[in-house]
Write a protein that binds this ligand. Structure first.
Ligand code: IPD
Length: 245
């Protein structure tokens, strides 16, 4: 990602609000090869496709380049997001709708050299040091980040709420990399992050990192293909925020 940031990149698919790069696919292949040869028993669910045995109790959830549009334009705000999930044995408050819960989460920002890690039940870390969410409890002092996903329907559903919220918070931020927005909430840089129409590979690792940093990570399925509505916060702001249906 560092080597290619300023280069002209080949796009596989371009839509009005999204770009899929050939480098997304190459990055996933690289990650897939490492993970699947080291842990052949786990399946892999990635933004660029699946691998391994889908019946496995374990799966890697991979976004090989999160923040692809930033990266495509040479904006150094993008990351790699990898989670390990296990099929939850019984009803777990942490499980996603398809029954998997995250055990390990890793998010790496190669441009700032920041590596966030979390193991369920242990404190989340940034470059090896424990992190914690912010203590801001007032919306008018908060920085809230928002994502508009990729299609017109989501944009239209979110815009009225954005217009309302932007007047109540200190600042809204639209940074363009969901996994980094989650780790920024986990580190206390942002106080909350909301998005509708987000996909599981954008949030699986960052969601666990946030929970292990003392935050609140709420998600609910909102469509096919692992699509979710999500509210991530420091916990203190959770009830002051919503995400349109
Ligand atoms: C996207 C980014 C963006 C978010 C979208 C995601 P991608 O991921 O995280 O910030 O708003 O919902 O799909 O496509 O760059 O991996």
């Amino acid at each position: 990602m560092r080597r290619n940031l300023a280069e002209t990149k080949r796009a596989n698919v371009v839509t009005q609000h999204d770009i899929k790069l050939e480098l997304d696919v190459r990055s996933q292949k690289l990650i897939e090869h490492k993970l699947c040869s080291s842990f052949p028993e786990a399946a892999l669910l990635g933004e660029e496709g699946i691998a391994g045995d889908p019946q496995s109790d374990y799966r890697w959830v991979v976004d090989p380049i999160d923040g692809t549009v930033n990266f495509a334009y040479g904006i150094p705000h993008a990351c790699v997001s990898i989670a390990l999930q296990q099929r939850a044995k019984k009803r777990s408050p942490f499980a996603y709708a398809d029954g998997y819960e995250t055990l390990v989460g890793v998010v790496y920002d190669p441009f700032c050299n920041e590596l966030w890690t979390a193991l369920r039940g242990q404190p989340a870390k940034l470059n090896g040091k424990a992190i914690r969410v912010s203590r801001r409890a007032k919306l008018n002092e908060a920085i809230v980040s928002i994502g508009f996903a990729k299609n017109r329907e989501t944009l239209e559903a979110m815009l009225p709420y954005f217009v309302e919220l932007v007047q109540r918070v200190r600042k809204m931020r639209i940074m363009g990399a969901a996994a980094l927005a989650l780790t920024y909430v986990a580190t206390g840089r942002f106080d909350a992050y909301i998005e509708r129409g987000i996909r599981i590979w954008d949030i699986a690792a960052g969601g666990l990192i946030l929970q292990c940093a003392g935050g609140d990570f709420w998600q609910k399925p909102s469509g096919p293909d692992h699509t979710y509505r999500m509210i991530a916060s420091n916990g203190l702001l959770r009830r002051r925020l919503t995400v349109p249906d």
